[in-house]
Design a binder for this molecule. Structure first.
Ligand SMILES: [Zn+2]
Length: 369
């Protein structure tokens, strides 16, 4: 049955099919307005506070600092536009841009199936560009004193050029009028170590910075989570977060985990990127949140890797891209060892096929200045 929602000024919209669902909310298409979707949150822990949060975010959308943030994000942030309430049942939510017209869920760039079927033009350069764009966007919203709090691939979007988008702005943490609107959501595998097992721990900028490093690792290592693997001492695997708190990370201690291979080699990472990842995931980064690389540092380092001369095209396969620091192609190496190259060969492609290289996109991801 279609839902009808109403705004404070009496405008009404019919909601049609469900197009997404998360831990707290459900997203619906809006009849006759293809550029918008509606997010409804049926059971917020404090309905009055949730309504207040949405109203303040909608108002802040017109304030200069937030306008600048949204302009820099190039339309990629699905900011709440209009608070709405269902005509029947009084469920609150808001209308926002529909990111689906331009973007795919980030998970499509992180999985081999997603890349093959839904982002067929994506190369490792696309992933590097997405990592740089995400870092820049996070740095920009930190500069405006927003915290994401529940940063994770499920809230992130990407297009075929590596431009990123963000949804679920209603869970961000911000202060407004002397009141702090806390982010109370977190996700296993995307939580900073100081907040694992500490549900009352407040979200922090350093927590966002940690999870940024996790997502950057996944982007650049063909989807591999930095804390994936069975304990290297033969112990029982419990969870990614358990590996995290015990420092089981292939990049910082390759004997700490056992992973089925062949995997993308750790040395496919440019040296400066690997150094930042080790700083985030090593003992100092895990135990001293303030010492972690910040989003702005990530953005600078990742953008530098997109500069002329920093990427190399494979001579064997025009779609393989890798850092100029490596003397030969890691994806050809991986394919020879029986692993999956990046991007994977299209289904049914003849062995040895050498697709031509696509023209490189202009470097447009840094737009926050
Ligand atoms: Zn190659």
């Amino acid at each position: 049955m279609a839902l009808r929602v109403v705004a404070e000024d009496g405008r009404q919209w019919w909601l049609t099919e469900e197009v997404g669902r998360g831990g707290e909310g459900v997203v619906y298409a809006v009849a006759d307005v293809p550029a918008l979707v509606a997010k409804l949150v049926p059971r917020p822990s404090d309905p009055a506070a949730y309504r207040d949060r949405i109203a303040r975010l909608v108002r802040r959308r017109h304030e200069p600092r937030t306008v600048r943030l949204l302009d820099g994000a190039g339309g990629g942030v699905a900011w709440p536009r209009v608070p709405v309430t269902t005509v029947r049942g009084g469920v609150h939510g808001y209308l926002m841009s529909d990111l689906r017209g331009r973007y795919r869920p980030l998970e499509d760039l992180l999985s081999s199936d997603g890349r093959r079927s839904r982002l067929p033009g994506a190369t490792w350069e696309t992933a590097l560009r997405a990592a740089a764009g995400l870092a820049a966007l996070l740095a920009a919203l930190h500069a405006e004193e927003y915290l994401v709090g529940d940063l994770k691939p499920d809230n992130l979007w990407v297009d075929g050029h590596g431009e990123v988008g963000m949804a679920d702005v209603d869970s961000w943490q911000f202060a407004d009028g002397g009141r702090v609107f806390r982010c109370g959501v977190r996700t296993a595998g995307y939580t900073a170590p100081e907040a694992v097992g500490a549900p009352e721990a407040a979200p922090s900028r350093a927590g966002d910075d940690f999870v940024l490093a996790v997502v950057v690792h996944r982007l650049l290592m063909a989807g591999l989570h930095p804390f994936a693997g069975h304990p290297g001492d033969g112990g029982r695997y419990v969870s990614l977060d358990d590996n995290l708190v015990h420092g089981r990370c292939r990049l910082t201690d390759h004997r700490s985990v056992a992973l089925p291979g062949p995997l993308p080699p750790a040395d496919l990472l440019p040296g400066r990127v690997a150094a930042l990842l080790r700083a985030a995931f090593g003992p100092a980064g895990r135990s001293a949140p303030g010492d972690r690389p910040r989003a702005a540092a990530w953005a600078a380092v990742l953008h530098a890797e997109l500069a002329d001369g920093r990427l190399r095209d494979c001579a064997e396969n025009g779609r393989h891209v890798y850092t100029a620091e490596r003397p030969w192609c890691p994806w050809c190496d991986l394919a020879r060892r029986g692993g999956e190259e990046y991007p994977a060969a299209p289904a049914g492609a003849a062995p040895g096929r050498r697709p031509p290289r696509a023209p490189r996109a202009a470097d447009t991801a840094w737009r926050t200045t």
